[in-house]
Design a protein around this ligand. Structure first.
Ligand code: ADP
Ligand code: MG
Length: 238
């Protein structure tokens, strides 16, 4: 569970074809990073997968099922943004529990799932706090916790660490990688940061002006960049 396939997916805003046509296969359990310069269409592509934007053309298959016109809440995916979108007046516990309460899950089950997510994310001691009393990294973990309790078939991250300072970012990268290892769930991770892409990905998708320049493992892209764009973006350490 958790394969995602894009077939000839395109997206225009008015006259502008932000994504002319993309084909992509993501396997169950893969950690895939979309990387590319600002404005190249990473967020748009992720939002298409999530269903937060309608496609202009093409098909999106999740676990082999055509979900092109399926609303976001029925795709079984969980999205984590850079702005954590936590409820400031609610405790950490209630923030994490929120999607389950909305889904009408019973109290005992909610409690079990929230505590399990808190354990995985080292938030057990913070469940009674409010977001304002947490560090940036802890807040980001609460946002991830809220995604985890829904047991999604895939996690979609859009530059989740870009609000954090450099030191915290390194730690959170490791935590997200570890989370991927322990859950084994498909993850798509959007970043403009080459280091993040190279250190986290099973598979990197290099985007440029709404097109895929190259798809491959970090080592493949490093050793055999297809063109100067990929070489310049991934290859040469500065
Ligand atoms: P990235 O995430 O790689 O920085 P985006 O996917 O946000 O890039 O944007 C890709 C392009 O699409 C940009 O030129 C942006 O201005 C444009 N764009 C994104 N969303 C909209 C929108 N809702 N309406 C019009 N243009 C948009
Ligand atoms: Mg973006």
């Amino acid at each position: 569970m958790g394969s995602i396939r894009l077939e000839n997916v395109s997206k225009s805003f008015g006259e502008t074809a932000v994504i002319p046509s993309i084909d992509l296969d993501i396997e169950d359990g893969e950690f895939v990073v979309f990387v590319g310069p600002s404005g190249c269409g990473k967020s748009t592509l992720l939002r298409l997968v999530a269903g937060l934007e309608d496609t202009t053309g093409g098909r999106i298959l999740i676990d082999g099922k055509d979900m092109t016109d399926t609303p976001p809440s029925k795709r079984g995916l969980a999205m984590v943004f850079q702005s954590y979108a936590l409820y400031p007046h609610m405790s950490v516990y209630r923030n994490i529990a929120f999607p389950l309460r909305m889904a009408g899950v019973d109290k005992a089950e909610i409690d079990r799932k929230v505590r399990e997510a808190a354990r995985v994310l080292n938030l057990t001691d913070y469940l009674d706090r409010r977001p304002g009393q947490l560090s940036g990294g802890q807040r980001q973990r609460v946002a991830i916790g809220r995604a985890i309790v829904r047991a999604p078939t895939a996690f979609l991250f859009d530059e989740p660490l870009s609000n954090l300072d450099a030191a915290l970012r390194v730690g959170m990268r490791l935590e997200i990688s570890e989370l991927h290892q322990s859950l084994g769930t498909t993850m798509i991770y959007v970043t403009h940061d080459q280091v993040e892409a190279m250190t986290m990905a099973d598979k990197i998708v290099v985007l440029n002006k709404g097109r895929i320049e190259q798809v491959g493992s970090p080592l493949t892209l490093y050793r055999n960049p297809k063109n100067l764009f990929v070489a310049g973006f991934i290859g040469s350490p500065k």
